[in-house]
Design a binder for this molecule. Structure first.
Ligand code: SF4
Length: 613
């Protein structure tokens, strides 16, 4: 097999021991790389019942066969760990330039275990691996720390850092890289923080042979040319993900006021056009990407000036709509604070909106908030909450555990305002008007994340409330995404521009020499989805169907306010119907547990044995 280093670097922080292990052909054939490797190693390496914030939890970092190549948008890297936020399977990916550097340093995966006694930075430079003193970086913002490390080690190092939120074990803290790219979800930065690992710096200069360089070059040119010719290249690229704000709002799917409304009056001030006209400075892209969707912006607030990559759509939705901040520059400033502190803006926006609603409904009051009055749409309220959370001070110490845990602490009916699935806060699409998107949130293995199956466009195209065909579509998307994330390419050329997926089958063959049909690649996605589902059954005592239910607000409360979806809710019968069909199609039992037959079919017999099926 070509195109891989076939090497895994194991870093033991406790002993400061570094070992290089081989990656066998069977792991490559069954899991491809990236997200597939994360799922495989996490399941195999984590002992049942491990506390996510303990020395026994591990961090898996993995890249794929396309990483480091010249192929378009191939700069993604995957991180995984048992999630401190959900207690289940956790992973998150990010773009930037670090995936290519890891490939050139000679590794396809890194497993980090143990715990440092004092803050450290892991430096990987080809075979030279070391842990350096990280004391001077500890306490620094994620972006600031990256800048300091570039100055200290050299501009050529690619660096992933955590901010003070990760250090303080905020359960939705994120890993940051490239001055604004984040592996944001499931709180893996808190695992780094617990391990006292402030940053990872990578530099490499190796090459990896590919099977058929001539065909790869020819195919690569064809892929670039196709991207440049796609009509959406000209319309989507200038605005990046912020391009969809108006469309989502016009369709009544813009999360507003803690998911109580689907339409925000102020959304027209949060569009990609508005961003470009007012705060945009330059476009910024990941390694080898012809569609630089990153928008680097200058933002000013209350006499302060900052630069931020973004704001991207998810931040606009969860801070703009959900916290009702109707000004793109203000959203950008909050984005800057969250990036520097190292907080996932999706979960962070949800947590802040949850706290604002708790205040509005009297669950918490001025006595809990240093005498302050908190309200939706108020910058000072949002900034106050962010700073309390990062420092884990007072009410922030409760909120730092995410909405599910915070609502258990607050009580007084606040669980009705906690918008999550499996403990992970919901992304930026109101799903009461979209049965497919709702099912995608419900059945996503890490919790309510949008990018496993971004079905909102499909819902709108075929009928939002239509149930027929939705489970089939979600499963199809849930098998495509692991394939994309295991090859470690970006989903945007396909999702936003309409780039043809079949190219990946060809380049996979030209790079690796593995002759997989499209169905074989999708099978890898199915294998991974079953394995992570099994992980959740193994790690969460009462895991099953009830963990797939959406927040009660989605089926108990009609959407308030204006817009085309006002007055809508989804019935619980519909939810049960969606799940029944989904489990049946997956070959799982009525509690959503993978069966022995299904696991054996996917070469996962050892998993069926371990689960006692
Ligand atoms: Fe990165 Fe955007 Fe390019 Fe994807 S489309 S690789 S996120 S710059």
């Amino acid at each position: 097999i070509y195109g891989y280093n076939k090497k895994l670097l194991r870093v033991n922080l406790t002993d400061e021991k570094f070992t290089v292990e081989g990656i066998d052909d069977s792991t490559i054939l069954n899991f491809i790389g990236g997200r597939g490797f994360v799922a495989k190693y996490l399941y195999d390496e984590i002992k049942k019942g491990v506390n996510p914030l303990s020395e026994e939890n591990k961090i898996i970092i993995a890249i794929g066969p396309l990483s480091g190549s010249f192929l378009p948008s191939s700069g993604k890297i995957e991180f995984g760990s048992k999630s401190p936020l959900t207690g289940g399977y956790g992973d998150s990916n990010m773009g930037g330039h670090i995936a290519a550097e890891l490939k050139l340093a000679g590794y396809d995966a890194v497993i980090i275990e143990g715990k440092c006694e004092s803050p450290k930075v892991l430096v990987i430079e080809n075979e030279k691996i070391k842990l350096i003193d990280g004391t001077k970086y500890w306490g620094k913002g994620a972006i600031t720390c990256e800048k300091m490390l570039k100055e200290d080690l050299g501009e050529e190092y690619q660096i992933a850092t955590i901010g003070p939120a990760g250090e303080n074990l905020v359960k939705f803290s994120c890993i940051s890289h490239d001055f604004g790219r984040q592996a944001g979800r499931t709180g893996i930065a808190a695992v780094m923080g617990f391990k006292k690992l402030k940053a990872i710096a990578i530099r490499g200069n190796k090459t990896v042979p590919v099977k058929d360089p001539d065909k790869l070059l020819e195919k690569g040119k064809e892929m670039y040319n196709e991207i440049y010719r796609l009509p959406a290249f000209k319309t989507w690229t200038p605005y990046g993900t912020a391009d969809i704000t108006q469309w989502v709002n016009d369709n009544g799917a813009f999360p507003t006021k803690n998911f109580s409304m689907g339409y925000f009056e102020g959304a027209s001030k949060l569009t990609g056009q508005k961003l470009r006209e007012t705060i945009h400075v330059l476009d910024k892209g990941c390694f080898s990407c012809p569609i630089p969707c990153g928008k680097y912006s200058r933002v000013r607030y209350s006499g302060k000036e900052a630069y931020v990559e973004g704001p991207e759509y998810e931040t606009i939705a969860l801070i703009g709509g959900n916290c009702m901040i109707d000004d793109i520059e203000k959203v950008g400033y909050i984005n800057f604070l969250m990036d520097e502190y190292g907080i996932d803006t999706i979960s962070g926006g949800n947590v802040i909106a949850f706290a604002l609603e708790c205040f509005e409904k009297g669950v918490i009051n001025k006595d809990d908030c240093d005498g302050k009055e908190l309200k939706f749409g108020d910058m000072e309220s949002v900034i106050y909450l962010i700073e309390k959370i990062v420092k884990r001070e007072g009410i922030g110490d409760v909120l730092a555990n995410g909405v599910r845990n915070a609502s258990k602490t607050f009580g007084k009916g606040s669980e009705n305002y906690a918008i999550h699935v499996k403990g992970l806060e919901v992304s930026g699409y109101e799903p009461r008007n979209a049965a497919g998107m709702l099912l995608a949130y419900m059945t996503c293995d890490i919790g309510a994340h949008h990018n496993r199956a971004w079905a909102i466009t499909y819902d709108i195209a075929v009928g939002r409330y239509e149930v027929e065909g939705k489970a089939e579509k979600i499963i199809e998307l849930q098998h495509i995404r692991p394939m994309i994330d295991s090859l470690n390419v970006c989903r945007f050329p396909w999702i936003e521009l309409g780039f043809q997926l079949h190219h990946y089958k060809d380049v996979f063959k030209y790079i690796t020499g593995i002759e997989y049909e499209w169905e074989d690649l999708l099978r890898v996605g199915e294998r991974e989805y079953n394995l992570t589902r099994a992980f959740n059954f193994r790690e969460i005592d009462d895991f099953g169907r009830k963990y797939d239910y959406p927040p009660a607000r989605f089926y108990k409360e009609e959407l308030k306010g204006e817009g085309p979806t006002a007055g809508q809710k989804i019935s619980f019968e519909t939810i049960e119907k969606l799940l029944d069909k989904y489990y049946e199609l997956r070959g799982w039992d009525s509690n959503g547990r993978p069966t022995r037959k299904k696991l054996e079919e996917l070469n996962l017999k050892y998993v069926a044995d371990e689960l006692g099926l």
